[in-house]
Design a protein. Structure first.
Length: 363
């Protein structure tokens, strides 16, 4: 799984800032649909609506600059139509762009209907680098999903009532809440809860499955409530990202699901010390008259400090090439291989036809 990406275009771009960001939502990214009565939980058509708020950072800093006057535009897109800008309508609330504002997107209808089980939204931000005068474009996305829960179906659903992102250098805690849904009703009687954290070193099943470490009095990562329906998570328990699972057991001997277990997972992200990567070019970013060469280096940062600087490297680096039209060059790494590997990448003028973009992905 890729944990960070970056890219460089070999033209006049190398001195520009590197940007990163994310989209936060005031509601859970999973919506429950009950076909028995056609209801949605939460109901996006009722105020308070879903509000998506973009954040933008200069790589290596923790100050959100989305409201900076250097932001030239903020545009929203439905990922199914990535070239059509969203505008204000009965479905979406969206004000005109004004410098100094974060231009959130409001969703006012239940759009995960029919065969639409998921929906991705993309925000595109143009930021003017005050040092170089270049306009830099940054894109990021957020995903929503729908699950069906009716007709006696029982599911464990995990949500994050206060959001799932630690950001802006803040400490404190966030919570994960697990509920056992029967149809459109939460069953909170005669059920038990047990929380787990994803850990690849957990080779035996201790109740959550292989790869899931049980949270208890001996091992808890600083969390509390690991045997209740609400897990309280400190930011110290989340390094970049952490997945938690709750296993809910029905202990009602009169229930038709007696002794059965149900589980749900949720991801928490630490934006205060994310793994970020930028690309430098030893030969600059312009090849003149068909002559030039350069060594591209992927530099990895965490909390503003460069890491993974000594071989053998901790991360795997995959390089992809996009041509002057922005299309991925397939087979660039060999027959059937679209990427090259290594912390550094040597390129020459044969690799650049007018313009080429080299993107690195680390995992």
């Amino acid at each position: 799984m890729a944990i960070a990406t970056s890219q460089i275009t070999i033209i006049d771009y190398n001195d520009a800032l590197s940007l990163t960001g994310f989209i936060s939502s005031n509601k859970a990214t999973t919506q429950i649909y009950n076909p028995d009565n056609g209801s949605f939980t939460p109901d996006w058509s009722v105020s308070p609506y879903v509000v998506l708020t973009p954040s933008l950072f200069i790589m290596g800093t923790s100050t959100d600059i989305i409201a900076s006057n250097n932001v030239q535009s903020i545009e929203w897109y439905d990922a199914t139509a990535p070239t059509t800008k969203l505008t204000a309508s009965s479905t979406y609330g969206l004000s005109a762009f004004t410098a100094g504002q974060n231009r959130p997107l409001t969703i006012k209808q239940n759009i995960l209907t029919g065969s639409t089980l998921s929906k991705d939204f993309i925000v595109e931000i143009v930021y003017k680098d005050p040092s170089t005068g270049l306009n830099l474009t940054y894109k990021t996305s957020i995903s929503f999903g729908r699950i069906t829960n009716g007709g006696g179906i029982t599911n464990a659903i995990v949500t994050s009532p206060a959001g799932n992102i630690f950001k802006n250098g803040g400490g404190g805690t966030l919570t994960a809440k697990a509920d056992l849904w029967r149809g459109n009703t939460i069953d909170s009687t005669s059920v038990t809860y047990q929380w787990y954290s994803q850990d690849a070193s957990q080779a035996t099943d201790v109740g959550g499955g292989v790869g899931w470490k049980k949270l208890d009095g001996t091992y808890n990562m600083g969390t509390t409530g690991y045997a209740t329906n609400t897990l309280t998570i400190p930011n110290t328990a989340v390094a970049n990202l952490q997945v938690f699972k709750c296993v809910v057991t029905d202990t009602d001997s009169l229930s038709n699901t007696y002794n059965q277990t149900f589980s749900g997972t949720i991801v928490f992200i630490d934006q205060t010390d994310p793994i970020q990567v930028s690309v430098t070019s030893s030969g600059g970013d312009v090849f003149k008259n068909g002559v030039g060469s350069s060594t591209l280096t992927a530099k990895v940062f965490q909390a503003g400090t460069e890491i993974d600087t000594t071989s053998p490297y901790k991360y795997t680096y995959k390089w992809y090439k996009y041509d002057k039209n922005g299309s991925l060059v397939t087979g660039w790494g060999g027959t059937g291989i679209d990427y090259k590997t290594g912390k550094t990448l040597s390129i020459g003028d044969p690799d650049v036809d007018t313009k080429a973009t080299f993107a690195v992905e680390i995992s």
